[in-house]
Design a protein around this ligand. Structure first.
Ligand SMILES: [Zn+2]
Length: 332
């Protein structure tokens, strides 16, 4: 053990830490389990399912319990849409939950109210659900939870763009998880974490002597200049602004629209990220191949990509958005 590398020593320590907390995680996972049609909650050897309770918004174990077990009968009185057989059903749920509570120690758990209001009947849980086993995935989740440190550049953008800490989840969802094209998601991840290549970075690494843009010559080349401000690409953004009918700032490119999460914000984030990504990739391609970077060639590259995406959007029945893409392509 003495000659064991530090990395592996730390791994073993973290792993043991995670094992200690696994019970807590297991219980938290159980509270988020669907109550209905779930083999973890059986009555007389059958999973329970009461559709009036599901219609009234009770979906998960956590919706019906507090630290003492199932909530009292009166609590459900004004929350159930239809009270046919409700007392009998309450007694069955109580029996099932009491049995579950006896098997586990629930006293240290944080109870969150995940009551969802009325849900439609079609939200019926699909088939039998098995509570997550204690496996490597769970240990990994615990490790992330225990050791997660927010990316360093997040604090910088947070300050510059005045973003609250809670907004980051939505930004990552919209700029990475929801983007259909993986290469664009990857580009967004690099952009958010300052991992893109530019002359400012190359100068820092002592690969080039100065960080001025070789095209504009009078401006430093950081990510903002490279993708948005450089005179080789600014006309592309002028056209995008005209068609989308709003101004596109550096903030819009980096963090996108995150207040709302709908079809429109997804489209706007996708198209802006697509153009930013293709500008960056074409510029890098010119550098690697020692080619001269010509504005018309960047334009043609974007046009061919937009053509491809227009066809994709047409095929997936998003004709409204395909039309916007075509309009940008035609104007370039
Ligand atoms: Zn430039």
């Amino acid at each position: 053990m003495e000659h064991f590398p530090l990395f592996y020593k730390e791994m073993l320590v973290f792993f043991n830490d995670c094992k200690k907390n696994k019970k807590q995680f297991y219980l938290n996972a159980l509270l988020k389990e669907p109550l209905w049609c779930n083999k973890n909650f059986m009555y007389k050897n059958k999973p329970i399912f009461f559709h009036n309770w599901l219609r009234s918004g009770f979906k998960y174990l956590n919706d019906t319990v507090n630290e003492n077990g199932i909530k009292p009968l009166e609590w459900f009185d004004d929350k159930l849409i239809c009270k046919k057989n409700w007392m009998c059903e309450y007694m069955i749920i109580k029996t099932v939950i009491t049995k579950t509570f006896k098997s586990y120690e629930f006293s240290n758990i944080r109870y969150e109210n995940i009551f969802h209001g009325n849900t439609s009947y079609d939200l019926l849980c699909k088939g039998h659900v098995k509570v997550c086993d204690i496996n490597s995935k769970l240990i990994y989740e615990i490790l992330c939870h225990e050791k997660f440190i927010p990316p360093l550049h997040q604090a910088y953008y947070g300050k510059v763009f005045e973003i609250t800490k809670t907004a980051w989840k939505s930004i990552y969802e919209q700029k990475i998880l929801s983007i259909r094209d993986r290469s664009i998601s990857e580009f967004n991840y690099k952009l958010l974490n300052n991992l893109l290549c530019n002359r400012e970075l190359l100068k820092k690494w002592k690969i080039v002597e100065n960080d001025f843009c070789v095209i504009c010559r009078d401006a430093k080349e950081n990510n903002e200049h490279l993708i948005l401000k450089c005179k080789n690409v600014s006309h592309i953004w002028d056209i995008v602004k005209q068609i989308l009918k709003f101004d596109i700032s550096w903030k819009t490119i980096v963090i996108g629209f995150y207040y709302e999460n709908n079809e429109k914000t997804l489209f706007l984030n996708s198209i802006i990220s697509l153009i930013a990504c293709k500008i960056y990739k074409y510029k890098m391609y010119c550098r690697l191949d020692n080619k001269d970077e010509k504005p018309q060639e960047i334009c043609n590259h974007i046009k061919s990509k937009l053509n491809f995406y227009t066809e994709v959007y047409t095929k997936i029945q998003d004709k409204k958005y395909a039309k916007v893409m075509k309009a940008i392509k035609d104007k370039l």
